[in-house]
Design a protein. Structure first.
Length: 286
């Protein structure tokens, strides 16, 4: 039974947070686990500590620091990428042997290159000093990708979905198709878009960002303009999910502004009759 549970594909929300520091919520990061292998989507603050907690909670060795070898970035906002150095170097110190593979929008290769330069003194001391280390674990093989299938192995096929988010020239959601025929769609940051409706089309789990339009009214006009043009309200998400038809809709990267999970869910349910939950850090969904 334990082996069956381990091999069953799932998605674990490592962090539901936003750029605002919240001790209860780590930065945005999701792990898709297929056949025991973990694939990260985004790398927010605290990502490796949350991965370690998930590994212990769900008995998934693939979420251990040395085992995490692939990251997909939705876009390059700091709250989604500030933990990338953590993934690189915590995994290396834990004796990851192969270079970390990173896939993302334009600028991903440059980010990886400059992060490596930023830590060159650390790398020099560890590789030339007395500390035991693997030869290539600090290295990063980064790829700027285009919409479409960006990765495939025996466990998953990963498709990058172009989504509109603020002034980024490229931002992605991701669709994971697993060996056991599960389909997970992760929105990243985006305003409502038909590309995610098409990507889901009855998928098993859709993780989608959301904000409360009622609470947005208390924000300043410039923030109201920004959020309505860059993110998805609970009301718009309800309409989108009705067309996308996920078996389970999961709110993540929630912009609360004083709203409760129950209030966010009530706003979604006012226009959506499907099953919906609001994720907390370390929640797992099948």
């Amino acid at each position: 039974m334990r082996l069956l549970l381990l091999l069953q594909s799932s998605v674990i929300v490592l962090g539901t947070g936003t750029p605002n520091a919240d001790p209860e919520r780590s930065g945005p990061a999701v792990a898709v686990v297929a056949s025991g292998t973990a694939y990260l989507v985004d790398a927010g603050a605290g990502v490796m500590r949350r991965a370690a907690a998930a590994a212990a909670k769900y008995k998934i060795p693939g979420l251990g620091a040395k085992s995490i070898g692939i990251v997909f970035l939705t876009h390059l906002h700091s709250d989604h990428t500030i933990g990338l150095a953590d993934v690189i170097h915590t995994g290396w110190v834990a004796e990851r042997e192969a270079p970390l593979r990173v896939f993302g929008p334009r600028g991903t290769k440059d980010m990886a290159k400059y992060l490596t330069r930023a830590y060159q003194r650390d790398i020099k001391v560890r590789t030339e000093g007395d500390q035991p280390h693997t030869r290539d674990g600090w290295r990063v093989v980064a790829n700027d990708v285009k919409p479409g299938v960006v990765y495939r192995d025996s466990n998953v096929t990963v498709t990058a979905i172009l989504v509109p988010h603020t002034n980024w020239d490229q931002a992605f959601g991701y669709r994971f198709e697993t060996r056991d025929n599960k389909v997970f769609v992760i929105s990243g940051d985006t305003r409502p878009t038909e590309s995610l409706v098409a990507a889901c089309n009855g998928c098993d789990v859709m993780l989608h960002e959301a904000y409360s339009p009622e609470k947005l009214k208390a924000r300043t006009p410039d923030w109201q303009k920004y959020h309505t043009g860059s993110h998805t309200s609970t009301i718009d998400l309800a309409a989108l999910a009705t067309r996308a038809r996920p078996k389970l809709l999961v709110l993540y990267h929630q912009l609360y502004w004083g709203a409760t999970d129950e209030e966010l869910l009530a706003e979604v349910r006012s226009g959506y009759s499907g099953t919906v939950v609001s994720a907390k850090d370390l929640d797992r969904f099948h």
